[in-house]
Ligand binder design. Structure first.
Ligand code: DON
Length: 556
């Protein structure tokens, strides 16, 4: 008996090994910029694994898409290593400086002192986590030294690259802020004016900062000359940073949030992001319905009602779990979902005002970036990286080339700005050293035949975009379908369904209104989803980059 099984096992192993031997290792990379995708392959060609490639893609995006992410910001890397079946969430989210406190942007009467203080300039900047994230990824998961994996980013910063329309549009959006800061305007503007199309953007100081990071690891950013320059610039401009803040910054490895939606294993972002919990809560509510069998109108209605309830809980309960207790198990339980479902009707909405609980205004939005990587062995990275608004706070620390984030605005404050209408509770109030709640949702989806990697920028709408893509994945569609499909969104408050024009027909709009939904078309299409998939049985790969953006998906 034993021998028989051993023989079968050996034959099977041989079979599997043969498949592997016959299948050259291939990789799929989808990112928001062709140069970043190319940087990933450059590093793979030099013997790097997908985690080295992720370092290269992250760092290159920081250079060639400075509106979206950068060394002055933070992000999350959801990683899976196939050989020991490790799945981890690397939390490189920015942290509030130690001098920050819950009333830092308001006066004693709870009034906002200066509505721009958490959005523009050094006062808006939290302590960056992206550089520490790159070092962590390289040291714990990569094979190559940072000197190799950061080389493409350094080269693009030093030699320059041609800016695209997306860059120019976002520059225009933040032009007035960038103009306020000479170090920013010298780099991003030409004699104080917007550059021409096809202009070359060189970032010599940033190349030097990246070189310091390559040479000295985390000390190359959080200590030594770069840290001195960062502190000098921030403090001179009224910011809160101290040397202690920089020295103390640590990334945290966390267990991802894991759940199941009708046979699909969903692995996503835990706090300090709201992403995974809100995504899974909405999916658990929806799992009781066979959406494929329902008409489109009922489907849209139910998905919207699930979004409303899950985003309501985001507002009530979610914040940095290192500081507040997040009732994760309860929010993700089937019983809890059943309770929420019981208030859902097929033929009417429940207005958001009738959901209970005290919430405060929060704001969120701007720009961000995502990339997805997977190889034929199943090693993979889903990374969403941000400096919050386009070009972050608009403030470059002189001599570093580092554009600082304005992520402090993702906290909730008593009477804080309400740009994107998100609301929150005490769970997401500012505290020294705390991470501000994010919506970034880097995610893996897995069913019997496929493993997918996906995510997108888009502020509060990130989670609903990943939700719609997950429901589409469930229909056995391809990455191009997930990234292309028309989007709609409900975030509890404001009590409105925002939708891309292509999402609903005129008839559907009338019918949704009839059910009691308030509808608002978005001015432009939104999101920039990057997705990749491995077909487990054939080892084939596929990937897609959102046609709304200028990214590139490649398999080779
Ligand atoms: O962490 C967050 O949720 C936000 N700072 C992300 C901002 C964003 O995605 C803007 N994108 N368009």
């Amino acid at each position: 008996m034993f021998k028989k099984y051993t023989l079968v096992t050996l034959l099977l192993l041989g079979f599997i090994t043969n498949i592997r031997a016959d299948t050259p290792l291939k990789t799929a990379i989808a990112s928001a910029h062709p140069l970043a995708t190319a940087a990933g392959f450059e590093i793979l060609n030099q013997g790097g694994n997908v985690f080295d490639a992720a370092v290269a893609v992250s760092a290159t995006l920081a250079v060639v898409e400075p509106s979206g992410s950068g060394l002055g910001g933070g992000g999350y890397w959801l990683v899976h290593r196939a050989n020991d079946n490790t799945t981890r969430f690397i939390d490189g989210r920015e942290k509030a400086p130690l001098a920050a406190h819950k009333n830092v942007y308001v006066d004693s009467a709870g009034q906002v002192k200066n509505p721009r203080a958490s959005l523009d300039g050094a006062t808006a900047a939290a302590i960056p986590g992206l550089p520490a994230g790159l070092v962590h990824l390289a040291e714990h998961y990569g094979k190559l030294p940072l000197a190799v994996s950061l080389a493409p980013a350094i080269r693009h910063a030093r030699n320059g690259f041609v800016v695209g329309q997306h860059h120019l549009d976002l520059l225009k959006y933040r032009e007035t802020v960038l103009k306020q800061f000479p170090a920013s305007s010298t780099i991003f503007l030409v004699n104080g004016q917007l550059p021409e199309k096809f202009a070359l953007l060189r970032q010599v100081d940033l190349a030097e900062t990246l070189t310091q990071l390559a040479r000295y690891g985390r000390a190359g950013f959080y200590a030594h000359s770069v840290a001195d320059k960062l502190l000098q610039a921030v403090q001179q401009a009224g910011g809160m940073w101290t040397a202690e803040d920089l020295q103390n910054y640590q990334v945290v490895e966390r267990e991802p949030v894991v759940g199941n939606y009708r046979g699909i294993k969903v692995t996503s972002a835990p706090p300090s992001s709201a992403g995974g919990i809100v995504l899974l809560e909405a999916l658990t509510i929806l799992s009781a319905y066979d959406l494929a069998k329902l008409d489109k109108l009922t489907r849209i209605h139910l998905i919207t009602e699930a979004m409303r309830r899950a985003y309501h809980d985001r507002a009530l309960y979610l914040g940095d779990s290192d500081f507040v207790s997040v009732p994760m198990q309860r929010l993700l339980s089937e019983d809890y979902a059943a309770g929420l479902r019981s208030s859902m009707r097929m033929d009417a909405v429940l207005p958001s005002t009738q959901l209970s609980g005290d919430v405060l205004p929060d704001s969120e939005g701007g720009h961000t970036t995502h990339f997805s990587i997977i190889d034929t062995e199943g090693n993979r990275v889903a990374a969403t990286l941000s400096i919050n608004f386009p070009f972050g706070s608009g403030f470059v620390a002189a001599g570093t080339g580092v554009l600082l984030n304005d992520e402090m605005d993702d906290f909730v404050s008593h009477a804080g700005p309400n740009g994107y209408g998100l609301v929150g509770s005490a769970a997401n109030m500012i505290a020294p050293g705390k991470r501000m709640l994010s919506s970034m949702t880097p995610t893996f989806l897995e069913d019997a035949g496929r493993v997918a990697v996906l995510g997108t920028p888009g502020g509060s709408r990130i989670i609903s975009m990943v939700l719609l893509a997950t429901l589409d994945f469930a229909k056995a569609t391809s990455p191009m379908s997930w990234v292309t499909l028309p989007r709609f969104h409900h975030q509890y408050l404001p009590d409105v369904v925002e939708y891309e024009n292509a999402a609903f027909t005129e008839q559907e709009l009338v019918a949704l209104k009839g059910l009691g939904h308030h509808l608002k078309a978005t001015v432009n299409p939104y999101g920039n989803m990057q997705a990749a998939v491995l077909y487990k049985h054939t080892h084939a790969l596929n990937a897609a980059s959102d046609p709304r953006g200028e990214g590139l998906a490649t398999v080779k």
